[in-house]
Design a protein around this ligand. Structure first.
Ligand code: OGA
Ligand code: MN
Length: 295
């Protein structure tokens, strides 16, 4: 079988079939996946059985450089021995459920805010690849918002007014808005990054709004004005017609473009039910096709 796409939403998101990603090494299929990402921004693959090593190797083949300066690494070392694997699970190193007051849990449930991965780093995140290993018996969905449609549907004068604007993104900021506290040393290591408010995919020329709950302020704007603009844009971007909700099945493997989408975890009873997910994110640097060929 060969790689095929079936749309899951009118604007973005497709289910991809016909490939076992662990075995995809050929340039043509890798380029087919990149083209699918350019078109759909989120791809859903079923029944993928990655080990951590295989997931890291696939991410490198597809998109080159891996994101290792994760926010969570400031709190605790990865239990997988490589900071490129982000543990998006609600269990501790021994596999026991995290308690309600556990810092790692409290930090992790901030994924319920709309965000993009690694916008608080420079270079920013490009593709995230999330594998579902163990799922609760209740829904624990993830929602995605189409940030290209969000940009396209802005009024022309709004688009013009956003050109050249930049926002400061900090993962500490999004957590602090929920009451999470960081030590001085942690805050020092989580200073954040400056990002444009509008991004353009160099391969397609398509523009997207680049927002996240990590965005703390707009540079060169007074704080309240900038924050109000960010809130307005966030509200616009997350209107239901631009949102896809993914109901996970075990073995699902999702790839999303952090430049073209936002996402958020939906709540479930996480102190009762185990949910184990592993994510690898790549960096928005260089041309993926060229990098992947050199690997
Ligand atoms: C992530 C993330 C959401 C979820 O892995 O980056 O935000 O539903 N996950 O686990
Ligand atoms: Mn995320």
């Amino acid at each position: 079988m060969t790689l095929q796409f079936r749309k899951l939403h009118p604007h973005f998101v497709a289910e991809a079939s016909g490939v076992d990603l662990r075995r995809v090494h050929d340039t043509e299929t890798l380029e087919g996946i990149r083209a699918g990402m350019d078109e759909h921004a989120v791809l859903v693959f079923r029944d993928q059985a990655f080990s951590s090593e295989e997931q890291l190797a696939f991410a490198t083949r597809l998109d080159g450089e891996l994101h290792r300066k994760t926010g969570i690494s400031v709190l605790a070392k990865s239990r997988f021995g490589d900071e490129a694997i982000t543990d998006v699970s609600n269990v501790d190193a021994d596999g026991a459920l995290l308690q309600a007051d556990d810092r790692k849990r409290q930090y992790g449930i901030a994924n319920r805010l709309w965000h993009t991965d690694a916008s608080f780093q420079d270079p920013r995140g490009r593709y995230s690849m999330l594998a579902a290993l163990a799922l609760p018996p209740v829904a624990s969905d993830t929602e995605f918002a189409d940030m290209r449609a969000a940009y396209d549907t802005l009024a022309d004068e709004t688009k013009a007014s956003l050109q050249g604007l930049r926002a400061h993104h900090s993962i500490a900021y999004s957590r602090v808005t929920l009451g999470f506290e960081f030590s001085e040393e942690e805050s020092d290591r989580l200073k954040g990054a400056i990002q444009p408010l509008v991004l353009e995919n160099p391969r397609t020329g398509r523009r997207s709004l680049y927002l996240a709950s990590h965005a703390s302020r707009i540079l060169d704007r007074p704080v309240p004005d900038g924050r109000l603009l960010l809130r307005d844009l966030m509200e616009h971007a997350t209107q239901p017609e631009r949102v896809y909700r993914h109901s996970w099945c075990s073995g699902d493997f999702l790839i999303w473009d952090n430049r073209a989408t936002m996402h958020r975890a939906r709540p479930f009873d996480d102190t009762v039910h185990r949910r184990e997910m592993r994510r690898v994110t790549t960096l928005d640097t260089g041309d993926p096709a060229r990098i992947a060929q050199a690997v």
